[in-house]
Write a protein that binds this ligand. Structure first.
Ligand SMILES: N[C@@H](CCC(=O)N[C@@H](CS)C(=O)NCC(=O)O)C(=O)O
Length: 214
């Protein structure tokens, strides 16, 4: 049985939850936080980061390492696609999501929710304002250009590109920010299309205890 370690509110854990659902793979969810000291988690994630996954005697951490493992081990409904060019493009978007979109939008969540709720800190709205007004627009504009008028980032195929890039928007929405629909009509329609998939609906349902009513 596949075991996924990590709290669902992490965008990187969410990414794996959505991938598992898209591939219709049954799994046990172990909702530990980063730094959990249980032996099974530390074996899968020696640095204590979430997500981590075990599948029988195999264990691995990092959302992309996990997702690429799942895509190779369980090839039905490929999320990274297969031709060299398509795969490279999905990996590009996956990294774009993980290293740019998610961490930048994540600053809003960290300032408004993570810091006060989990670290006893005080929100710095100046950081939130800079993130929204200065840091996010170039990323959103770039993503808008890359999306064009396609249904999904890779055209007519829903892939890890969409999953990875949309995961970061979710936490920002929990913290009260989402891109303006009038300014970014194609982008916001694509986010809504992505979030409407049963795989995302299932992953977001796991967050309800923390964010009731969202
Ligand atoms: N590149 C990693 C990032 C994972 C990550 O940074 N997870 C955060 C939670 S959202 C974490 O575990 N932070 C604790 C730490 O960095 O020690 C992935 O894609 O899985």
């Amino acid at each position: 049985m596949i075991k996924l370690y990590g709290a669902s509110v992490s965008p990187y854990v969410r990414k794996v939850m959505v991938a598992l659902a898209e591939k219709a793979l049954p799994y046990e969810h172990v909702p530990v936080g980063p730094g959990d000291k249980s032996a099974a988690f530390l074996e899968a994630s020696p640095l204590g980061k979430i997500p981590a996954l075990s599948d029988g005697d195999f264990a691995i951490a990092d959302s992309t390492a996990i997702a690429t493992y799942l895509d190779e081990a369980y090839p039905a409904n490929r999320l990274y696609l297969q031709t060299p060019k398509e795969r490279a493009q999905v990996v590009f978007f996956d990294k774009f999501g993980d290293t740019l979109m998610t961490p930048t939008a994540g600053r809003i969540f960290f300032q408004r929710i993570g810091l006060p709720r989990f670290f006893g800190g005080v929100t710095d709205e100046a950081v939130v304002t800079t993130t929204i007004e200065k840091d996010l627009p170039p990323i959103l504009n770039h993503l808008t250009r890359l999306l064009g008028d396609k249904a999904w980032l890779m055209g007519d195929r829903f892939t890890m590109a969409d999953i990875s890039c949309v995961c970061g928007f979710v936490n920002a929405k929990y913290a009260g920010w989402e891109p303006d629909a009038a300014q970014y009509p194609a982008l916001t329609a694509w986010i809504a299309r992505t979030l409407a998939r049963p795989s995302f609906a299932k992953a977001l349902a796991a967050d309800r205890a923390m964010f009731p009513g969202q």
